[in-house]
Design a protein around this ligand. Sequence first.
Ligand SMILES: Cc1cc2nc3c(=O)[nH]c(=O)nc-3n(C[C@H](O)[C@H](O)[C@H](O)COP(=O)(O)OP(=O)(O)OC[C@H]3O[C@@H](n4cnc5c(N)ncnc54)[C@H](O)[C@@H]3O)c2cc1C
Ligand code: FES
Length: 261
Amino acid sequence: MSLIVTGTIVKQLQVATNYYLLEITAPQLAQLAQPGQFVHVQCSGNSVPLLRRPISINSVNRRSGTVTILYRVVGEGTRLLADKRVGDLLNVIGPLGKGFSVVSSSSKVILVAGGIGIAPLYFLLQELLAKGVKPTVLIGARTADDLLLISAIKALGVTIEIATEDGSAGVQGRVTELLPKYLPDTDMIYTCGPTPMMQAVALIAQQKDIATEVSLEERMGCGVGACLACSCKIKVGTGNEYKRVCADGPVFNAGEVCWGE
Ligand SMILES: Cc1cc2nc3c(=O)[nH]c(=O)nc-3n(C[C@H](O)[C@H](O)[C@H](O)COP(=O)(O)OP(=O)(O)OC[C@H]3O[C@@H](n4cnc5c(N)ncnc54)[C@H](O)[C@@H]3O)c2cc1C
Ligand code: FES
């Protein structure tokens, strides 16, 4: 079930250059939301931009009835979102899409995030910890300035490893280079980030036969499965089918995805 909610903004915090955490009151949405689901956000009070923008649910507080998103300003919609202030109203539709499967406490789990891809994985991390699963978190970014939520994740007491392409924080290199040493002890991987990164994670995991879920990103229109703007090719049986990232995803099993097609 998804809702159309007009919530009050209770937090709008710039956490890094071009990155913001925004929290709204949305008690029912907070109750319903699952990790990996997203909200479709009306970024302005008028018809420009016409389309809503999809943003992952970064966390929920079910007691206070709030939902938080973490977003990067990349264009008109997110720029308008960053202009909003505490006390303003924000209209969202959600929770939308099919999220991650939350495994049981006996599982050995790795989360692999690239840049803003940490947004849905942070919510997943919280839900896994609540179930008694203590994942290892591997985070990659271009530079130290693009690393998000590091203190918040450390505060949860999980193992975290960082890689940056320019070496300004953690190990210099790609986050996928951190993965191999953990694989012998892993039975589930969740990943979100740039498509080439997720594809590389999927390949490494496939070679070791480790179940992996990826959160895909496509430009969206309706966000609710009606317009087919977000179609992507998915393997079904011996053939392929077009699936809607907004309604059939955004989370898919890595082995089902037809990368780059
Ligand atoms: C399921 C889902 C969850 C998402 N979660 C988050 C999140 O938690 N935080 C966050 O910051 N962003 C997230 N995004 C991406 C976010 O939707 C876009 O950055 C946003 O729509 C851009 O809107 P804009 O008007 O600011 O920029 P636009 O002017 O629309 O676009 C600016 C630039 O970004 C590119 N772009 C825009 N949307 C996408 C997209 N969906 N995929 C790839 N490239 C795109 C455009 O090609 C263009 O180059 C998510 C996208 C999806 C599909
Ligand atoms: S955005 Fe319309 S079907 Fe997915």
